[in-house]
Design a protein around this ligand. Structure first.
Ligand code: NAD
Ligand code: IPM
Ligand code: MN
Length: 351
């Protein structure tokens, strides 16, 4: 099969890691007899510098016509004081492509136990495996915002339909996993969280096999480090999901390990690591490309239904970790420190 992929390297380490994602995809193509065609498009700071806006219409058009989108990261200090910042491109893509469900699996590879800052007794046997299901096109990210004299405001809104469709994704994923949903909100304070909770409760009736509980986000953040094994599916809104997924990434060893899939109601998805453009290590061959490579595996699984190919990538990552190779962010005593390019090549070579 031939698949058309829109590729958005973006800024900072974006180009470094996307290159490795493509390398691995090409190897999958060779091994399994698929061809992946890439159309590179601009978004973020590089788009501001090249064409004067963070999200050119052409980028949206190419993405809409593609079978899926691979994105590195956008943003950086160079553009931080602009009104139209690079990050706007990401929000624009998510809403234009109607990608309302962001799946962020936090799975710890056994080999990375030493990179996880939590104590052994917290991790226990069997490692860690949870998934954050984050609503991606609503909430405070997309509410009305503005400045009025000495005040600034951002509004947080959710409609019943928006909550229903993300809750359904969360419950459906839970059914294929350990049948437990923890919905995280701030219903003790926020009206939209109270609506969120009631919609989730209502939906729970359709999934009698799924155990459902609710946590306030402050408690949820604390529970993630004291007892992460209680979680199977974390179902939450846009901003809470953003924050909690960075936290969840660290229990897998590094933010450089956590992939994501942004999905809507069609097969077109956008795949990207959850981390940012890491300007502090951009272009230095230091970035961990594994989050991007695992995002490519998610693309094969969710957009192309290529489960064997997705598993092959995940196994290749595991084998390279088993051989003791580490980028700086997951380095521990006795392991072999390597760079972005070598990590990508080693993973590709295992396929
Ligand atoms: P960041 O995720 O870019 O970096 C946080 C820390 O993690 C840094 O120390 C960085 O070096 C490290 N890190 C991140 N990814 C890594 C990797 N693959 N390998 C090794 N180390 C890694 O977060 P930030 O510093 O808050 O943001 C930097 C810029 O990225 C900002 O402009 C922000 O808006 C943007 N951002 C973009 C995205 C995205 O495009 N999806 C996500 C988050 C942040
Ligand atoms: C992420 C990022 C983005 C978000 C920013 C860059 C808009 O942090 O993908 O997690 O907050 O969603
Ligand atoms: Mn984030």
């Amino acid at each position: 099969m031939n698949y058309n992929i829109a590729v958005i390297p973006g800024d900072g380490i974006g180009p470094d890691i996307v290159e490795q994602g493509k390398l691995v995809l090409d190897k999958v193509g060779e091994k399994f007899g698929h061809s992946f065609e890439y159309t590179e498009v601009l978004a973020g700071g590089i788009a501001i510098d090249t064409v004067g806006e963070p999200l050119p219409q052409e980028t949206i058009d190419v993405c809409k016509k593609s079978d899926s989108v691979l994105l590195g990261a956008v943003g950086g200090p160079k553009w931080d004081n602009l009104a139209d910042r690079p990050e706007k491109a990401l929000l624009g893509l998510r809403s234009e492509l109607e990608l309302f469900a962001n799946i962020r699996p936090a799975t710890m590879f056994d080999q990375l136990r030493d990179a996880c800052p939590l104590k052994d007794e917290i991790i226990g046997d069997g490692g860690l495996d949870l998934v954050v299901v984050r609503e991606l096109t609503g909430g405070i990210y997309f509410g009305e915002r503005g400045r009025q004299g000495e005040k600034a405001f951002d509004t947080m809104e959710y409609s019943i339909d928006e909550i229903k469709r993300i809750a359904k994704v969360g419950f459906d994923i839970a059914m294929k996993r350990n049948k437990k949903v923890t919905s995280i909100d701030k219903a003790n304070i926020l009206e939209n969280s109270r609506l969120w909770r009631s919609v989730v409760e209502e939906m729970a009736k359709d999934y009698p096999e799924v155990e459902v509980n609710h946590l306030y986000v402050d408690n949820g953040a604390m529970q993630l480090v004291i007892n992460p094994k209680q979680f199977d599916v974390i179902l939450t809104g846009n901003m809470f999901g953003d924050i909690l997924s960075d936290e969840a990434s660290m229990i897998t060893g590094s933010i450089g390990m956590l992939p994501s899939a942004s999905l809507g109601s069609s097969k077109l998805g956008m795949y990207e690591p959850i981390h940012g453009s890491a300007p502090d290590i951009a272009g230095m061959d230091k970035a961990n490309p594994i989050a991007t490579i695992l995002s490519v595996a998610m693309m094969l699984r969710y957009s192309f239904d290529l489960e064997d190919e997705a598993k092959a990538i995940e196994k290749a990552v595991e084998e390279v970790l088993e051989d003791g190779y580490r980028t700086g962010d997951i380095m521990s005593k006795g392991m072999k420190l390597i760079g972005t390019k070598e990590m990508g090549s080693l993973i590709a070579s295992k396929l």
